[in-house]
Design a protein around this ligand. Structure first.
Ligand code: 5GP
Length: 335
């Protein structure tokens, strides 16, 4: 059972959340406040009960992602306004997905709000209030800011598009269009990439599927009125959609798994080592040998909550270090 002492002084105060340490150095407590900001904190206000609503919506949506094998920092909701989360080192990127044109995309490109995009767009902004969270190119991320590398960006993009698919399906069932949203990622103490921050009408644009009524922070940004009502309506619908979902158990038991990863050059990639060995074998008289590929096998043990989660973790390791997915194929065996 998880126990904790209540720290009273936050280690971090954000625009809408306070973060506290617990007696476990790898676990933090996130307290969701009612404060609301927009336009890089130039507009400030309070939305009655927003903290409670956002903590509950976040908790249900993190659970939805975990059920679909996306690893998040979420552990459990411990009070109306509070979540326990794993401590992560946040990557200073705002990862934004867009399905329908709105907000800064319309401003930047002169596109009319509501245009359905040909396919979802993933974009990265620099998480930096002083600079106004500027849009970044990959070269800016890798070579100027040196935040992270191509493999991590590819993996974040893959996870983000997967989350978008899960959210679109979930919200469609409760009569909501997911217009766009912002995610943040971080690494935990073991170097595992986790989806972090919050999932709520503060960082999503939600439109009613029938009427296109805005049910998110745009009501506050654009002074549309009934902000509290919109947030509460979203909580009601998310609860409805989550009715039959199993709830995430806190601090689940872990098991040990043996992982065997086999890495080989892709079929159409030149493999000089394989070719040299093939030539040598043929010259030794083994004339029936062909298509030799030389790769490597990596074996290790990990602890995880299930076979599926062990596989996901091993896949992350392959994508980020053990293999080069551009020129190599890999196969993972979990026992
Ligand atoms: P836009 O770039 O159009 O302003 O925002 C795109 C999406 O990302 C919207 O759903 C918006 O709520 C979210 N978003 C962008 N920047 C931030 C931010 O700094 N904080 C939060 N909470 N959400 C953001």
């Amino acid at each position: 059972m998880f126990t904790m002492t209540i720290a009273t002084k936050p280690i971090y105060t954000g625009k809408a959340k306070d973060i506290f340490e617990t007696e476990d150095s790898n676990v933090l407590r996130a307290y969701f406040r009612d404060s609301a900001t927009a336009f890089n904190a130039q507009k400030k206000g309070e939305i009655l009960d927003k903290g409670k609503v956002n903590a509950s919506i976040s908790s249900l949506l993190f659970n939805l992602l975990e059920q679909n094998w996306i690893k998040t920092h979420f552990i459990k909701q411990i009070s109306e306004n509070e979540l326990l989360v794993k401590r992560v080192k946040i990557i200073p990127l705002e990862v934004i997905v867009r399905n329908i044109a709105a907000g800064s995309l319309c401003k930047r490109l002169g596109i009319k709000e509501g245009k359905i995009l040909k396919s979802p767009i993933v974009e990265f902004s620099y998480k930096n209030d002083e600079l106004g969270d500027p849009l970044l190119t990959r070269a800016y991320i890798k070579n100027a800011l040196e935040i992270t590398d191509d493999k991590t960006l590819d993996y974040i993009t893959e996870l983000t598009l997967k989350a978008n698919k899960i959210f679109k399906e979930f919200f469609l069932n409760i009569g909501i269009k997911v217009v766009d949203f912002k995610l943040e990622y971080g690494f935990d103490k073991d170097g595992t990439l986790l989806l972090a921050d919050e999932l709520s009408p503060d960082n999503f644009r939600f439109w009613d599927a029938k009427t296109n009524e805005k049910l998110d922070k745009d009501r506050f940004r654009q002074d549309l009125g009934n902000v509290e009502g919109a947030y509460k309506e979203m909580l009601k619908r998310v609860k409805e959609g989550s009715k039959n979902m199993p709830t995430q158990c806190s601090m689940p038991n872990t098991q040990h798994f043996s992982i065997r990863v086999q890495v080989l050059p892709k079929q159409d990639i030149l493999d000089p080592q394989g070719q040299a060995v093939e030539k040598a074998l043929i010259s030794m008289g083994y004339k029936n040998v062909k298509d030799i590929k030389i790769g490597k096998e990596i074996v290790f043990k990990i602890t995880a909550e299930s076979v599926e989660k062990a596989k996901i973790e091993a896949k992350q390791m392959c994508e980020r270090l053990l293999a080069n997915p551009i020129i190599e194929d890999y196969k993972i065996e979990v026992n």
